[in-house]
Ligand binder design. Structure first.
Ligand SMILES: Cc1ncc(COP(=O)(O)O)c(C=O)c1O
Length: 398
């Protein structure tokens, strides 16, 4: 009797997986999880065809930089493949401390803590500092990792309209000043390519006594002096208490970081579950990020090229009458508004040898179904010409 009850409970979960509509559709149309056979810079080989990658976050194009590749190999030769341990116990190495100090200095912060993923770092940036009884004010279009941080913190939540200081101001009017509050925003919104209205948001937050967390995964490497990011772009570093981000984009590695005052980072090292119970970032990935950080400061041509390419790409899309949701950065969405249109557009680009990624509701707001594209400094003029021809073709198919 007891056994059959257990079997029944387990069956419910198995059936949930078997009946999942989103999974069924994904397996039927195969729009995601494409296994690329080989890659050289922006060029990939997929199912026997050469394609231009137009959806990676390799903004500065450093993932194939000889110094980064060399650093990866040297990292593993010097330190082995992994520390196989959490930072608090057996996993901390000199290379972690070196990279943290270098990154903190670059960002103009006292301290920094790195982890295995941007996702992990950004979850911890919210979940560690907010707690039950606090109030989080969050932009409606935040990345999933920040929502996870909000949930784990157990704080209560108020969402304000995307990048809308006035809405934040109105919401704050109804919250007592004595309430402990955290403002959570992104520097550059990954789907929309919008730059955060930091001057207004930070000021409103400051007036209301908010602790501010900024995820700059897509602003780091792209905005500010030598790519120092969104806070630096606005010269508002002092208005942000915690700056977190990813090393899997401009730093051409994997991993993430949380930076702030020494006190806050030491508090995170004591209290963040994501930090305490997860293994340290591997030697080769830390070495890649470290080499990329050096390159950002010594080879300005990558950032220059990124913006040149971005300008050219945006003009190309504008000329075709495509809706880019007002993107101001190298993360450029092509909003088509329905999943059917997105699928057709994506397939047309694929047919012409351009690889992009579809993003459909609920990953984006309803009616904003889009193709997510991103420009890299590594795109050549030839790549951009191929992309232009493919875009023109896709527009005709609509
Ligand atoms: C805004 C934002 N934060 C955090 C992350 C997570 O970074 P990672 O992919 O390095 O885990 C992403 C990834 O796309 C992101 O867009």
């Amino acid at each position: 009797m007891a056994l059959s009850l257990f079997t029944k409970n387990k069956k419910a979960i198995i059936e949930r997986a078997q009946d999942d509509y989103a999974t069924k559709m994904r397996l039927k149309y195969k729009p995601y999880y494409h296994a690329v056979d080989s890659q050289q810079g922006t060029h990939i080989r997929l199912q026997g065809r050469d394609m231009v990658m137009l959806s990676s976050n390799d903004y500065l194009g450093l993932s194939f930089h000889p110094k980064v590749i060399e650093a990866c190999g040297a990292g593993a030769r010097t330190w082995g493949s992994s520390t196989t341990g959490a930072r608090i116990s057996n996993g901390t190495r000199a290379y972690h401390v070196d990279l943290e100090e270098k990154l903190a200095a670059f960002l103009g912060r006292e301290a920094c803590h790195i982890s295995v993923a941007g996702y992990v770092s950004c979850v911890s940036a919210v979940a560690t500092f907010a707690q039950k009884g606090d109030m989080i004010l969050a932009d409606k279009n935040l990345h999933s990792c920040l929502w996870d941080g909000v949930r784990l913190s157990m704080a209560s939540l108020e969402r304000f309209s995307h990048n809308n200081p006035e809405d934040l101001r109105q919401i704050l009017k109804n919250i007592p000043h004595s309430q402990t509050k955290m403002l959570v925003i992104e520097g550059v919104y990954s789907m929309e390519g919008h730059i955060c209205q930091l001057p207004e948001l930070a000021q409103i937050g400051e007036d209301a006594g908010c602790f501010t967390v900024l995820d700059d995964a897509h602003g780091f490497g792209v905005l500010g002096r030598q790519g120092r990011g969104t806070a630096d772009h606005f010269k508002l570093n002092d208005k942000v208490d915690i700056l977190c981000g990813s090393m899997s984009k401009s730093l051409a590695s994997t991993g993430g970081f949380v930076s702030g005052s020494r006190e806050l980072i030491e508090y995170l090292r004591t209290n963040s579950k994501q930090t305490l119970f997860s293994a340290a970032i591997s030697p080769s990935m830390a070495a890649a990020a470290s080499a990329s950080l050096d390159i950002m400061q010594t080879e300005p041509q990558h950032l220059e090229r990124l913006w040149r390419n971005t300008k050219r790409y945006r003009e190309m899309l504008k000329g075709l009458g495509l809706d880019t949701w007002g993107s101001e950065t190298p993360a450029v969405p092509i909003v088509l508004g329905s999943k059917e249109l997105v699928y057709r557009f994506w397939q047309a680009l694929l047919e012409k040898g351009v690889f992009t990624v579809m993003s459909i509701a609920p990953a984006v707001p309803p009616g904003k179904d889009l193709i997510r594209t991103a420009v890299s400094a590594l795109h050549s003029d030839e790549d951009l010409e191929k992309i232009a021809a493919a875009m023109a073709y896709a527009v005709k198919q609509m």
